[in-house]
Design a binder for this molecule. Sequence first.
Ligand SMILES: Cc1cc2nc3c(=O)[nH]c(=O)nc-3n(C[C@H](O)[C@H](O)[C@H](O)COP(=O)(O)OP(=O)(O)OC[C@H]3O[C@@H](n4cnc5c(N)ncnc54)[C@H](O)[C@@H]3O)c2cc1C
Length: 321
Amino acid sequence: MLYDLIIIGGGPAGVAAGVYAGRKRLKTLLVTDAFGGQSLVSNEIQNWIGTKTISGFELAQKMEEHLRAQETVEIKIPERIKAVELREKNFLIQTEKGEAYETKALIVTAGAKRKRLGVPGEDKFEGRGVVYCSTCDAPLFGDKTVAVVGGGNAALEAVVDLLPYAKKVYLLVRGEKLKGDQITQEKVERAEKVEVMFNTEIAEVKGSNFLDTAVIKNRKTEEMRELPVEGVFVEIGSEPNSEILKSLVELNHFGEVVVDHRTGKTSRSGIFAAGDITDELYKQNNISAGDGVAAALSAYNYLLEREHQSPASEKLNGNGS
Ligand SMILES: Cc1cc2nc3c(=O)[nH]c(=O)nc-3n(C[C@H](O)[C@H](O)[C@H](O)COP(=O)(O)OP(=O)(O)OC[C@H]3O[C@@H](n4cnc5c(N)ncnc54)[C@H](O)[C@@H]3O)c2cc1C
């Protein structure tokens, strides 16, 4: 079986690409280990355009429902892709369960995973005080005391996101100085409700139903103490799931797939990418969905071009030789 298009990933980028591929009636296979993507764990998504508030789980259900309405889109779930290989003008996709599928075009939307602290209590309080996205959840911490972990742009932007809401913000920095943009550093340092603590890391988070304490350690003096906080924002970066593309397309030094942001084209013809896996500046659901749409429309044009060049062997909708 030769597909017109295979999409890897069931987050907003993958589902958006799948819906548009279905509407172009491309013979498509979408492979993912789950629907919904990173914000699946979110209790409240308040910025999915057109929906005032929705849980990550509900959004995942709606995405799956919309995708399943596309007649020419086949879905393999739960399934993980372990390798992508060239097969002349096509690509061979290998799964962890040992299946292999061939396709003319490929859209990779395998996203990213936020780096975790790896301290006791982190898993227990994820979504109950431990947060990985300030753009998403800062408004949920109105009049509360919180800590932000990190010294780079992500952490500084998280502090700025929290300024209109939180009562007090501790910025916990492992090193001696901040690394982010100067202008944001000055904004953070000017803010009265912000206390920057250098050479400081979190050793543990504690609480009962919800997080109420962060145990912090001074890396110089080894002194440990308890900080009463109701939220810990972990802003120490994210890792793109780009391993499967490493030998095929250009990646930047963060391991993100370098794309043309108008089309989603990567450095290899026939492979497109969208969403958090790419060098997209802002990592947001709406932006990933938009990227997915652009990648699907570009893949469609790529396939039309192939069909134009060699009509006999390249008929779209899977009725090629
Ligand atoms: C806790 C949290 C809360 C967030 N809240 C919000 C919010 O409220 N609003 C907002 O706009 N943004 C939010 N974000 C950011 C948003 O979730 C991401 O920007 C968005 O999910 C990126 O979409 P994506 O489709 O590019 O990738 P992802 O969401 O990362 O989805 C990638 C998909 O690919 C699958 N996958 C990965 N590798 C493979 C493989 N090898 N084989 C098969 N499948 C694979 C994954 O299971 C997943 O389904 C939040 C992020 C986090 C971490």
